[in-house]
Every structure is written in C-alpha cells, then in structure tokens.
Design a protein around this ligand. Structure first.
Ligand code: GLC
Length: 674
C-alpha cells in the first residue's frame, strides 16, 4: 500500500456487496469534494483539461487513452469487438485521470455504468451510475503509478497461475477426439515447436454437459490426461455456465434442480434458458451453497488429472429463453400473414436476433443473494465473477497446496484475485492485434495480470503474416494461446506456411520465460502492472505520454509491436536512449543503441522488436525448451544495456505450490558494471 496516496470512499444509499475491495475504508460523510456531483448522486462529472489522459476501464474497446467515446459497463457476449461498441465481457469500472493531478476513480456497482469520456462534450467526463446505491472510491496521489498501485492494494493481490501456464497453448473450437489432440501434440513435438497446453473446447463433453467427457471420442480420459502429461502437455477443458436440462441422465442437472440451485423467475420457478446444449439452467452463483456445489464439480475432472480450466459463456450468454421463444414463434406467425415491407421486414429480423442475450431475460431472472432476493438486471455484471469465484474456492478445497490454472471470459474487478481472463472472441484482424496491445495494459491497471487475446484471432481467417506479427506481441502476454473458431482457416503453426519463422518467434517466449515469470510474480506481489503505457514512467515527456502502441514490459523492456499489414518496420519513439534488439530467434538477433527521439526501425515479419531501457538487465535463456519445465533458471545469459551499473533480481519457485508472498520463492540477484 502506497502511503503517499489518499483514498476516499463515498457511499451512496446501500450498495450491493461486490467484494471487489478487500480493505476496509471508512466512508466519508458529506459531498464528494473532488468532483462536481449532479442529480441524485447518480451522475458524476469531472472537467478534463486538454492535456489530461484518461486511462483504465480494463476490457473495453478503443485505445489506451479512453477520451472521445462512451463506454458502458454491461457484461456482454459480444462477438464483434468493433470500435462502435460500448461493452465487452467484463466490467472494470476503474479510471485514472492523468493530468497535472492524478486521480483514480472506482465506481463499485454490479449494475450498468456509463462512462462518457469527452464523447458528448470534449472537455468533460460524465459518469452515470444506473443504480443509486453504489460506492465511489476516489484516489489521489503523486503519480499514475502510485495511484494504480494504491487502487490495486484496495482490491487485493492478482491471481497467480502455475508456471507451466506461461507456456504456449494450442486451441481450436474444437479438437473433437483424443486422436486429434494426439496429432496436435505430435506435430508440435516432431517439428520442435514448443507446447505446454492443448485446450479442449465444448466438444470434449458428452452432449455439452459440464463436467462430463464424451467417452466415445475420449476413451479412458484419465489415461489420456496422463499420456499427455508424460509428453509435458496439460489438457485444459472449458466449462460453461449453463447446465443442460437432462432429467434422469445427468446428475449435475438432477441435483441442481432437486436442491433448487438454479436461477429462478420472479415467482420462484427455475428459469429455463438455452445455450450450447439447448435447454439449460443457470446456477445461482450469488448463493454461497450453490458456489460450493458448483465449485466442487470441478473435482470430477481434477481427479482425472486435469489442472487447468477456462470458464465460458458466463456473462451469462443466453441464446433464448423458453418464455421468449414462445412469444417469438407467436410473433412470427403474425409476420407470416403480412407483406413484409421496409418496416416489418427489419422488425421481423430483429424479432429473431433479439432472442439472443436479451435484456428481457436478464430482467426476468432472480437471485437469492446474501442481502436477499435481487433481480439479475441489477447485479448482472457480477455473474461471471461469481462463477469464477465458485471455481477458485472449489480449487482451494480440492487442491489446497497446488495452483490450478483458471481463466474466465466474463469478469468484474475482484475476479483478478481468482483467475485470469482471455480477451474474448476477437477476429483475425490487424486492428484486433492493436486492440490487444492496448487492452492488456488497461487490464493490468484493474488487476488482471494473467491475460492475453486469442493469438492469431478467433473468428475470420488468419493470414501467415498476421499470425507472425501477432505472435511477436503475444509471446510477452502471460496467457499465450492460439485459438480459432470452427469454420475458419486452420491456425495451428504447423499448418501455416511460415511454420519455421513462427517457431523461432515462439522460442523467444521460452528464452524470456525466466524474466516473464519473475516480472509477473514481482508485479503480483507489489500490486504493480506488468505492461505499462509510457506515460507511467515518463510523465514529463509530452510525446511519451501520448504513445498508444508501445508498452513498457516489466522493469527492463519496452515493446513496440508492428500491428500493420505489409509494414517493413515502424516508427518508434524513445523517451530515452535504449538498446534495440531486433530478434529473429533466441540465437539470432542484432543489437543497436538508439538515441532518445524518433526512429524508423525496420522489422520484417519474422522479427520482433525489443528495447532494453538504460541500466537494466534481463535474464535470457537459450530458447531451446520445448515446454516450460524444460526452461532452466540456471546457466542463463543476461541481456542488458548498462551505462553505469545495473542489477536484476530473479524470482524462482517450484511453479506449482501456492505462494502468498515473494519470500515463498527465491530471489537471486545479479549485477553488471560498465
Ligand atoms: C465462445 C468462446 C470461444 C469458444 C466458443 C465455443 O464463443 O468465447 O472461445 O471457442 O464459445 O465454446
């Protein structure tokens, strides 16, 4: 906790307990002093100076600087991450106004919040909180860095995955059979492409029933998990929020129904929805007993040797509800009798598409919460977070000593303690590579350190150059997974035409792994960010403050990914002299000291640009490892740019035991003098 910051909490009405904040902060009485509060306290306004940058909001569209758009916290299964959108899968209501003063704002409410950041009026930020009951935290401090750390201190330590989860993972919707997975592993191993994880998407399940395995496609699953482990590959299955309706044949459904564990309608009847398996029910994760029950279900797979999961469709995504489907069919009957014209034709289309993730369904669902019955609509943004909490608590009971990999699609601040998140259903678009660069740093501010986008892009067809460039950035994100949607071009590295170059880029991940792991752990325990906008380190440098596509990565590096098609390099702004490494593999790179200022830096598609800051050292391995457990922390070489003297503290541990503080691992220090 940084002592130089001031935290003030303002409580409006009786807020719903989100448990996002873990530190007790006494509430102020009287008016919010830092802001001009209008209306009934649901509207907060702040004047922005032309120079102010507004950082934050975690998983959202657009750039690092959020000015100029309207963002709405409303967790949405949004498969089109276009700049005209307002909401994605998570709600991360933390903003940092970085101007002469540094102000952090956290609007703690599970309902909708609209952040109009210079969208209606350029010089004004207007925050509208839908629910009049909420907590507002206002943090002021001497620097952006201090304010973010202070905020992070309030919300508690970030999730720490097992070390193997820093390896490369290959995914596809879906690898349908054990033999298909074997083929994936064989192709990687035979061609010397590193691999630590293969992800199992929905088709591993028996009829899309959570916590089951289709025995015809994956016979002797426990044996198969073991066989993969022997090849140093962890299988990571998906778990969806919806539980299939299957009376008498699916014990999870039967028990959930019998014990009344599913979300109900206003009259108390379980509310039927549909997701992948068709008719399903949503567990009421707002109830502690339901969380315990659901969290304990993961055991069935843990017992088979599984040690990692991804939680999905937990906004929650709803294809349709029984109730609204009936209404829709009736309406369609009416349309059938009409001449569908300019109005009615589009109304007809909307009637059908409107079934999907309908706000009407969110209004019809009810939860039994720790403070009584609450309509889902009021607490919508917490649902995914509570599913993940259920899993995380289940892991603690099942594996008290061991770290389990978990990342989720939907989240709220607080989930960062339980899991990571992936950045959802992006597309194989250059703009989405850039979005991932910006989103990763924004998520770090909100505590989500274990994050990454689907490398190569999930939907649409990837091109070999995009995959190369994408890997050039993704090798630095803690979660490194190549995932793609069914029906799209196959995206596995070995199936692409530039396999060898992709493989060389991946070798860099394994060479940097001791640094990445060390920096991750240090960031987690210091409530720090792993990826930072340049503004955080060079606040006085006007140019640096506004750079949107370069990030500091840990204490020693700056990254400048190429995010444009057919570019032979890029302009890079250096706020101080740095050493450029133009890397083709862990063995093959050239170095050059570049002076502070602007540079055109050539970078072919198979080259990754890495900059070392002055007087910093970076431990570096051989890059020959085929999986994380093969990465040795002894015999490392050191990359560095030493002007006078530099030192580095390397963190190591066994990679699986749960750790609560930095001292639970080992720190070894090395130094270098010029
Ligand atoms: C959702 C997930 C995606 C997954 C698909 C099938 O769209 O976001 O990652 O592949 O569902 O499970």
């Amino acid at each position: 906790m940084n002592q130089t910051c001031t935290v003030k909490k303002y409580t409006f009405g009786t807020p719903f307990p989100t448990h996002a904040v873990v530190r007790e902060v006494p509430a102020e009485t009287g008016e919010v002093q830092e802001l001009l509060v209008k209306g009934e306290g649901r509207v907060l306004q702040l004047l922005l100076d032309a120079e102010d940058i507004v950082f934050g909001l975690g998983e959202q569209v657009r750039g690092l600087n959020k000015r100029g758009w309207k963002y709405i916290s409303n967790n949405t299964d949004e498969s089109n991450h276009a700049e005209g959108k307002h909401s994605l899968y998570g709600s991360h209501n933390f903003l940092l106004v970085d101007g002469i003063e540094k102000i952090g704002l956290f609007v703690d409410t599970p309902g909708r919040v609209t952040f109009d950041i210079g969208y209606s009026m350029s010089e004004q930020m207007r925050i509208e909180v839908e629910d009049p009951d909420y907590d507002l935290y206002v943090i002021t401090g001497p620097s952006s860095d201090a304010v973010v750390r202070c905020f992070r201190g309030l919300i508690g330590r970030s999730y720490i995955p097992p070390r193997w989860a820093f390896g490369y993972g290959q995914s596809r919707w879906s690898y349908e059979t054990a033999d298909e997975v074997r083929e994936v592993v064989r192709e990687h191993r035979e061609r010397g492409i590193p691999l630590d994880m293969v992800y199992l998407d929905i088709d591993y399940m028996d009829q899309y029933e959570d916590f089951t395995v289709d025995e015809t496609k994956f016979p002797d699953f426990a044996g198969f998990v073991q066989e993969m482990k022997e090849q140093h590959v962890h299988l990571v299955p998906i778990i969806d929020a919806g539980v299939k309706k299957a009376e008498g044949t699916y014990p999870v459904y039967d028990e959930g129904m019998e014990k009344g564990y599913f979300c109900k309608d206003e009259s108390g009847k379980p509310y039927e929805v549909a997701v992948w398996p068709g008719r399903s029910y949503l567990p009421d994760f707002f109830r502690e007993d339901v969380r315990t029950w659901f969290g304990d279900q993961y055991r069935s797979l843990l017992d088979l040797g599984i040690d990692g999961f991804w939680n999905d469709m937990n906004e929650p995504a709803i294809f349709y509800s029984d109730r609204r489907l009936k209404e829709t069919f009736e309406k369609i009957g009416e349309f059938q009798k009409q001449n569908l014209d300019v109005h009615s034709f589009f109304e007809f289309l909307d009637t059908i598409t409107g079934l999907f993730n309908s706000p009407e369904d969110y209004k019809a669902l009810w939860h039994d919460t720790e403070v009584g019955r609450v309509c889902h609509d009021k607490v919508h943004n917490l649902y995914g977070a509570l599913m993940t909490r259920a899993a995380s608590e289940g892991f603690r009971r099942a594996e008290p000593e061991k770290r389990v990999l978990m990342f989720s699609r939907s989240s709220y601040i607080g989930s960062h303690r339980d899991a990571g998140i992936w950045q959802g259903d992006n597309k194989s678009w250059w703009s989405h590579l850039k979005l991932s660069v910006q989103m990763t740093a924004s998520l770090n501010m909100c505590g989500f350190l274990y994050t990454g986008a689907d490398a190569g892009g999930f939907a649409d067809d990837v091109s070999p150059d995009l995959l190369l460039r994408w890997l050039g950035f993704a090798i630095f994100t803690p979660l490194l997974r190549n995932h793609s949607m069914r029906g799209t071009r196959r995206q596995e590295i070995w199936r692409m035409v530039r396999t060898e170059e992709c493989k060389q880029i991946l070798s860099l991940r394994y060479a940097f792994l001791p640094y990445i792991y060390s920096e991750y752990m240090k960031a987690a325990f210091a409530d720090d960010m792993l990826f930072k906008p340049l503004a955080f380190a060079y606040p006085e440098d006007h140019r640096a403050r506004h750079v949107e596509d370069q990030l500091l990565f840990g204490e020693g590096l700056m990254l400048a990914p190429v995010v444009e098609q057919n570019a032979w390099g890029r302009y890079v702004y250096l706020p101080e002299d740095m050493k450029l490494l133009r890397m083709r593999s862990a063995q093959d790179y050239d170095e050059e000291i570049l002076e502070k200022g602007d540079h055109w830096v050539p970078a072919m598609e198979h080259e990754v640009l890495v900059f070392i800051r002055p007087d910093r050292l970076v431990p570096f391995g051989s890059g020959s490892a085929m999986y994380v457990d093969e990465v040795s922390e002894t015999g490392l070489s050191v990359l560095g740019y030493v002007k006078t003297k530099a030192s580095y503290e390397l963190y190591t541990d066994d990679g699986v035991r749960r750790v609560e503080r930095l001292e639970d691992g080992e720190l070894s220090r090395f130094e270098s003098f010029r």
